[in-house]
Design a protein around this ligand. Sequence first.
Ligand code: SAH
Length: 472
Amino acid sequence: MLLTITTTHKPATDLGFLLYKHPDHLKSYDLSCGKAYVFYPQADEDICTVAVLLDIDPIALAKNSRNFSGNFALAQYVNDRPYVLSSFMSVALTKAFSTAMGGRCKNRPELVDVALPFTVTLSSVPAKGGEFIIEQLFAPLGYEIEVERHLLDEKFPDWGMSKYYKVTLTNTLKLQDLLTHLYVLLPVMDNDKHYYTGENEVQVLLDKGKTWLKDHPAKTLITNRYLRNLKSYARMVMRELNDESVEDEKELPEISPELKEKKVSLNKQRLQAVTEQLLKINARSVIDFGCGEGKLIRELLKKPQFSKILGIDVSYNELLKAKDRMHWDRMPDKKRERVELVQGSLQYCDERTLDFDAAAIIEVIEHMDADRLDSFEKIVFSYSQPIHVIITTPNSEYNVLYEGIKPGALRHNDHRFEWTRKEFKAWADKVANNHHYSVVFYDIGDEDEKLGSPTQMAVFTKQSLPANSQED
Ligand code: SAH
């Protein structure tokens, strides 16, 4: 498999200096599981492309790597690794380009800190979670992304699509940043690593992600996938990125049993409150946007009134969990016909979300970057336009009553913001006003006289428009 990096910086052959690789030479590197070759298919003043070709030896792979988790006896020998870009390519990149990745260049030091135009092509990447994951990982870093999904077998198009993608990334940035992005994000896309992830990987991740990981909206996903199977290490990195001292951890009060108890019942109360609203407004078809592991869907399935339920989530893993919790394979056909679970994002128009009576968006908006809220608003209220929209989100004023939360901290690592009641109301009123909806607010959970309840809920209802008027 092949990775190419092209620049149109003038003179483009400066790339050779930056990478410490002469454009006229072919270099090869021995890896534990094969060989990497570095060469330049094109190198002139206007355009320069460097290619890294990995030639994996499946026998060496079987001898050197940890066991494959494939589900048949020869999985060690017969697998996709020789044909995809994975953690092997990350290793090849550090071997071949370690100086450039470290931000050093003896002959052209002035170039190291210059943002240059680059286009990267990745011939075949396995992306667990599909296009959405690729987008989630690279878009926040400023890349323009083109994704083409490979057919499972070109000779047999009926077999459908594979889980492999050709990805083209374009951006203007420092070469060092480009290389560290690729180094970290290739195994993250794949959600696999060929080597054991030990404690020094924590440092590697913090070093390689030094300039960009902290502000990356998907830093939790990146950290968890990069340090796969090592949750305690992943937590270490998240604390570091969130500027929390690791030593502090032991002294942090555990979430009190009382809070755990409260949390459980708050979840229940929330689901109950949303279900009650959906019954009250007599909804029959409901979208659960950001359905997660499908708690609301399981609740709605108990009531025959809800004849069409669409669960959407950006996370493929959450959808798998949802299916698992619902016992999808054992569900009676009649019940299963009422539900559909699909991967999708609240940031994109999706025809499958049209013509619903109601949408529930429970504890989701606070997981979105604040600058994505405008597009979220357009997608839900202007494109999908269900008759009713129910949104719940934490009330940040209430946080001081939680023992386990430091002052000013958020309730969850992945929350991007939490709103006071005033902030939520201001946003919801503006949304309702922009899109001809009315909105009513409710509190969910134990109420404090001054601070309100832990969860706040807004129920929006579409207003019928006078004839001839149209939303813009
Ligand atoms: N509604 C569920 C899950 C809440 S957690 C419940 O109440 O239990 C937030 C969920 O929103 C996660 O599953 C996350 O994957 C999903 N999510 C976050 N951003 C999203 C987006 N832009 N589009 C779709 N789902 C999103």
